[in-house]
Design a protein around this ligand. Sequence first.
Ligand SMILES: Cc1cc2nc3c(=O)[nH]c(=O)nc-3n(C[C@H](O)[C@H](O)[C@H](O)COP(=O)(O)OP(=O)(O)OC[C@H]3O[C@@H](n4cnc5c(N)ncnc54)[C@H](O)[C@@H]3O)c2cc1C
Length: 598
Amino acid sequence: MPRYSRPEHRIASKSGDEMTYTPPTTEQLFVLDHIARIDAMAAHDKFAAATPDMVEAIVNGIGEFAAEVYAPLNRVGDVHNPKWDDGKVTMPPGFKEAYKQFVDAGWGSIDGPEEYGGQGLPFTLATVIIEALGTADMGFTLCNILTPGAIHALMAYGTEEQRQTWLPNLVSGAWNGTMNLTEPAAGSDVGALRSTAERVTEGEHAGLYKIKGQKIFITFGEHDLTDNIVHLVLARTPGAPEGTRGISLFLVPKYRLDAEGKPAHSNGVRCASIEHKLGIHGSPTAVMIYGEDEDCLGEIVGAEMGGMRAMFVMMNAARLLVGCQGVQIAERATQQAQRFAADRVQSALAGGTDRTPVTIDQHPDVRRMLWRMRAQTEAARALTYYAAAQTDFGKLGDEAAAMRAEILIPLVKAHATDIGCEVASLGIQVHGGMGFIEETGAAQHYRDARIAPIYEGTNGIQAADLVGRKLGMAGGDLVRGLIDDIAHGAGEFPELQQLVDACRAVTDWMVAANTGDRLAGSYPYLTMLATATCGWLMALQHQAAKAALDEGSGDREFLEAKIASTRFYLQQIVPAATGLAPSALAGDAALAPLPKFA
Ligand SMILES: Cc1cc2nc3c(=O)[nH]c(=O)nc-3n(C[C@H](O)[C@H](O)[C@H](O)COP(=O)(O)OP(=O)(O)OC[C@H]3O[C@@H](n4cnc5c(N)ncnc54)[C@H](O)[C@@H]3O)c2cc1C
């Protein structure tokens, strides 16, 4: 009996009320089976522990935990923002206790390396955990998003001593990791950063570096959830060349450790303020000052001037998990809109004789919005799990999968976060005027969603990465390989075949085009390629759901809904992406400088 045969269940809160959030566990298991191919991962020794029972226990367990413990804090964090006072940040009521429960339950350590206290399971399952927590409370879950990247960077570039010192507490979640790139004059242009790092040559701290500088917009840069914070900071050593080539990566703890490895000595790290923001109010966004009044000591991670290489390891995990935020907010907004639409009565059905008003989910245009929300959410989830799985297969030695993941990262980061915004916006539309009123919560999803296309490299920068670095790999053949796979899976859907043909033509044009023309078409091209990939993954699910229905196995209601949502995606969303080809091919000339305002 397949695992997605279990009917989806609602989680009751401790007070007995129904939660506003139902973990989509049936759907998650279906995508893990048919898109991530979690069973194929478990066939390898490294991930042998990811048995079907274990996977199901994780998906159900984290869903329950997220609904019970994190979801009730979503509104709390939105209303009672973290408070800054003289360099300290106090989180809203209930956050510290909830975070402790998360650590104590071991949810943070799922994919951590076993030799440092982790459970060694696939990153794909860690992604499902972040998805569940973030659907319950996106702002709060940001605390968990950057730590995996810090772990990956230390595993790839740290020394054994650094790993032993820092990883056990990062893996358990007892300490969180932060990522410090941005400075006032260095946003998208990371190479413009001015923070400095000078090697200590004598005394007890010889070999460490004195860090000086200001970083802005640092997510969870300061808070009271953990007794130490591990900042990964980009800075420039004396004499290093300008630009990204001269950047090195440093591990800078909030507190330096004593001989027992306990946080003991203050380290010249100060939070100067936190930002007032449009959304994600539960996440403190900090201005961090390093080495202003007292020495701030950091350890180099990797080689001097090898900082961007190490940071890219961290960024790949973070970009995928930010893409996952699109899934989170889309899922939450869709559930809320569907419940509202099933309740709200307005207008009789057009074209009938019965003039009794009906619930709005019976009106065709509301159904259009609800199906679109659902189909886009499922597509974003499939894309995210697929990319996470390719990184796992890469770790198992599948080089082609590792390369595929490289192509997919900008697609996930940009397209899934665009979907998050679109779906949250539709969620407000479904609510009508009540969507614009804060008390329904629909507005919070929209406000929260809006940051995801901006941070972790704006979506414009993702598009530039796609047509620059990624398309350039193997002369375009990696992207062409993805398009070939999509073409093979297009199945019964001519709409997808048409999009594939358009993607092929634009890819060939892009490979031959000059930089200006490529960049001018980069965003529509990214949307085309991401939609084609989603279309393929939706077509695969369509076929799997049909096969399960034909066999008579599985939950009928779930499988029929899956067939309908995947068909909607392929027939109604895919064709619009084909229409982007002219914009992708228009070239630089179509984007002349704008005229000045009078
Ligand atoms: C809530 C929040 C949390 C954040 N968390 C962190 C964090 O934890 N760590 C961290 O280091 N940073 C963090 N950031 C910073 C974030 O990553 C940057 O805001 C982002 O990279 C964009 O930089 P910028 O704001 O300077 O915008 P700019 O770089 O000034 O960009 C402005 C616009 O110009 C476009 N643009 C700029 N350059 C190019 C180009 N070459 N080609 C095409 N378009 C371009 C951008 O796409 C954007 O639309 C956070 C920001 C926020 C708001």
